[in-house]
Design a protein around this ligand. Structure first.
Ligand SMILES: [Zn+2]
Length: 371
């Protein structure tokens, strides 16, 4: 039996400087916090956080993320959590750090607090985590029992992060509405649970995500380049983290994330960020779905203006484009193409990738001529 299903974090708070109030927000989860932090923030936040917790009569145990969410790292952290009797887990950092903290909390049956330091992926709000499990580090997507109890977003930290992360987050968020629409038409399940389909609310979230990006993304990126937290930037942080996060988990992935996954199999693209691959994938999906030349043109211009990849060269592929397109198409094929409302084959995907590359080059030419 099909059910409608919806999941979300327990609470979402976003403001510039909110990190100062962290112990206030986490008090209800217990006296001792285990904080997994990106090494990058060691000098700026370690002592500060310890002091803040002490002032509130609580304690925090700090550990620095080893770089991969694998068996070794998870075991090391679970040991520390047990040793210090932590009541809850906080992860403070990028997508991988959040994924690791989420998994540790899941294994230890503890509440999880997510503090993203970039607005670049859908990791902060979801219950899904990518783990490199076992002795052979096999990549697995695991559904944790709970979404984060709290997502705390300090907009100033996001505004101070390298701008490429914000742009990539916009790329990841751009796919949300188109993938939601594909899943809705195909009638496939979302990630809320077995046999669950979209609530009407989830479709509204996906649509609002897209509208927010179209209206505010360009200005928000300009503001973030100057490290200024403006209303436009707040809207885009919300779109990248909350709307895109709720959107993807409650509506499902489709062509855009399939292509992104395929791009991940090409060595030349190894430095391309997740959201950058997804932006290119969105162009391929919209082309394949024949949603109209006007929309496609708009999307090309939008991506180009935001410095998101619109050609294979932007993805780092400079030679053997046909072969690379074939490789991407093949590697994408077992992902989410079932969520598309039409039949898709490897040659279709390959053709879409090469057409997007050609249209991307044409867009660049046209836009640059007008400058
Ligand atoms: Zn994504």
């Amino acid at each position: 039996m099909k059910k409608i299903g919806y999941v979300s974090p327990g609470k979402y708070i976003q403001a510039a400087g909110i990190i100062e109030e962290l112990p206030e927000y986490t008090r209800q989860y217990g006296k001792a916090a285990f904080i997994l932090m990106d090494v990058f923030f060691r000098d700026t936040y370690s002592e500060k956080l310890k002091k803040e917790f002490l002032q509130k009569n609580a304690k925090c145990i700090l550990a620095y993320f080893g770089g991969e969410n694998n068996h070794k790292e998870v075991e090391r952290c679970c040991f520390l959590v047990k040793q210090h009797g932590a009541d809850y887990v906080i992860a403070f950092g990028g997508g991988k750090t959040l994924d690791c903290g989420k998994y540790i909390a899941h294994l230890m049956h503890l509440p999880f607090i997510s503090i993203p330091t970039t607005a670049s992926t859908d990791a902060p709000c979801s219950a899904l985590t990518i783990v490199y499990d076992g002795a052979d580090n096999e990549r697995k997507v695991i559904r944790c029992a709970q979404n984060p109890s709290l997502v705390l977003v300090d907009s100033q930290i996001i505004a101070d992060a390298p701008i490429r992360f914000l742009r990539a987050g916009i790329g990841d968020a751009l796919a949300t509405y188109f993938e939601a629409r594909a899943n809705e038409r195909a009638g496939t399940d979302n990630f809320a649970g077995k046999n669950c389909v979209r609530t009407r609310l989830s479709m509204c979230i996906a649509q609002t995500c897209y509208e927010t990006l179209r209206r505010y993304a360009v200005q928000a990126v300009r503001d973030a380049e100057r490290h200024q937290v403006t209303q436009e930037l707040e809207y885009i942080i919300e779109a990248n983290i909350l709307l895109s996060g709720l959107g993807f988990e409650n509506t499902g992935c489709a062509g855009a994330h399939s292509v992104s996954s395929g791009i991940g199999a090409v060595e030349a693209c190894k430095d391309i960020l997740h959201g950058e691959k997804v932006a290119f994938g969105t162009l391929c999906q919209v082309y394949l779905e024949c949603l109209g030349g006007g929309l496609l043109r708009e999307l090309f211009r939008f991506c180009y203006e935001l410095k998101l990849p619109v050609t294979l060269e932007d993805l780092g592929i400079t030679e053997d484009k046909e072969q690379a397109a074939e490789r991407i198409a093949e590697a994408s094929f077992d992902k989410f193409w079932d969520s598309e409302p039409m039949e898709i084959s490897v040659p279709n995907i390959r053709e879409a990738i090469l057409t997007v590359d050609r249209l991307g080059n044409e867009t660049k030419k046209k836009v640059d001529e007008k400058k």
